[in-house]
Design a protein around this ligand. Structure first.
Ligand code: NAP
Length: 304
């Protein structure tokens, strides 16, 4: 079946594009490999999305986006996208569930958490090592945990974990956080959050479960062990764009380079949200992209 629009990825950017495209009357399908909502759906509370004075739970907000897209008859398909075959107006999406054909494609595949890349990390993944505090924090109630990283994700999730864990230690490689001031102030005022500045984790140690982190102070070179039951890793993200070949212009980190109309380097293929090279990766900016992509997409469709 041929669609006017096929959206790949069901986070805030993809779901917003779906709402706009369907509401404008285009036959639209959204391909998603997991549950809709993207990274935002694994955030306990979102305080900076306008319209919610007291904040809103990530899963609830994303479920509303999803239901709104359904109301406008978006077709949701569970499939893992492996590649695209684009020859002019013919656009095929190769997936785990077969091929889908669209006149236009919107890439909204977002970004995933990066690994720290040290000894023990892969082996102890799911055994004390986690990349999602909202998913796994509950298992560490009353225990000692570490959070690695100094960006918005690390500091925000450390605050979340401080409500559950006995003690949260943030391990950051510099002497200042990258995270927004409002989050930093809140973390530094939370009594059971402490910070190890200028420190990196060299090794994650434990037999069947994480027991301790070997930490190096990058200034003094001193090595210490920190006993923890869990560690939450938030050292940044990498774009989910590896299924796209060299026809698609990416920056050195793999983020897609688009123009101001959100067109990629391939005609009729657009990109929105966190998978794009951009200054700010927020739910609100992904939503902005999802709405903004429509004019150029419609111009392309009308010209076919
Ligand atoms: P990020 O902003 O890239 O921060 C990554 C952090 O990890 C940085 O502090 C970085 O240190 C550190 N780091 C990187 N590689 C490391 C390594 N190998 N070892 C130790 N530390 C390492 O990533 P993010 O926090 O996941 O955020 C991603 C995007 O989502 C950002 O645009 C962010 O603003 C957005 N976001 C927003 C919110 C919100 O509430 N508004 C929440 C979550 C995420 P340096 O600082 O030294 O580089």
């Amino acid at each position: 079946m041929k669609y006017d629009v096929i959206i790949i990825g069901g986070g805030p950017g993809g779901l917003t594009a779906a709402i706009y495209a369907c509401r404008a009357g285009w036959k639209t399908a959204l391909l998603e490999r997991g549950a809709p909502g993207g990274q935002a759906a694994s955030t306990d509370i979102i305080e900076n999305y306008p319209g919610f004075v007291e904040g809103v739970s990530g899963p609830e907000l994303m479920m509303n986006f999803y239901n709104q897209a359904l109301r406008f008859n978006c077709e949701f398909i569970t499939a893992d996208v492996m590649g695209l075959e684009v020859t002019g107006p013919q656009k095929k999406i190769i997936t785990s569930q077969g091929q889908f054909e669209g006149k236009t494609i919107i890439i909204a595949t977002g970004a995933s958490h990066k690994a720290v890349g040290v000894e023990g990390e892969q082996r102890l993944r799911g055994k004390g090592i986690s990349y999602c505090a909202t998913c796994d924090g509950f298992f560490f109630r009353g225990k000692k945990v570490a959070v690695i990283g100094g960006g918005d994700s690390a500091v925000k999730e450390a605050i979340y974990l401080a409500n559950l864990a006995e003690e949260v230690t943030i391990i950051h490689r510099r002497d200042a956080f990258r995270a927004a001031k409002i989050l930093v102030d809140k973390a530094l005022q939370t009594p059971n959050i402490k910070v190890l500045w200028d420190s990196v984790v060299d090794e994650m140690i434990g037999d069947n479960h994480l027991e301790k982190l070997r930490i190096q102070n990058v200034k003094t070179k001193e090595i210490t062990d920190l006993q923890v039951n869990g560690a939450f890793l938030y050292v940044g993200t990498q774009p989910n764009t590896t299924f796209l070949d060299s026809d698609y212009t990416k920056n050195p980190q793999g983020y897609l380079i688009t123009n101001h109309k959100l067109e990629t380097s391939v005609a009729g293929v657009f990109a929105v949200g966190d998978c794009c090279q951009k200054e700010s990766r927020q739910v609100a900016t992904a939503v902005g992209d999802g709405a903004m992509v429509l004019p150029a997409l419609e111009a392309y469709l009308h010209a076919l």
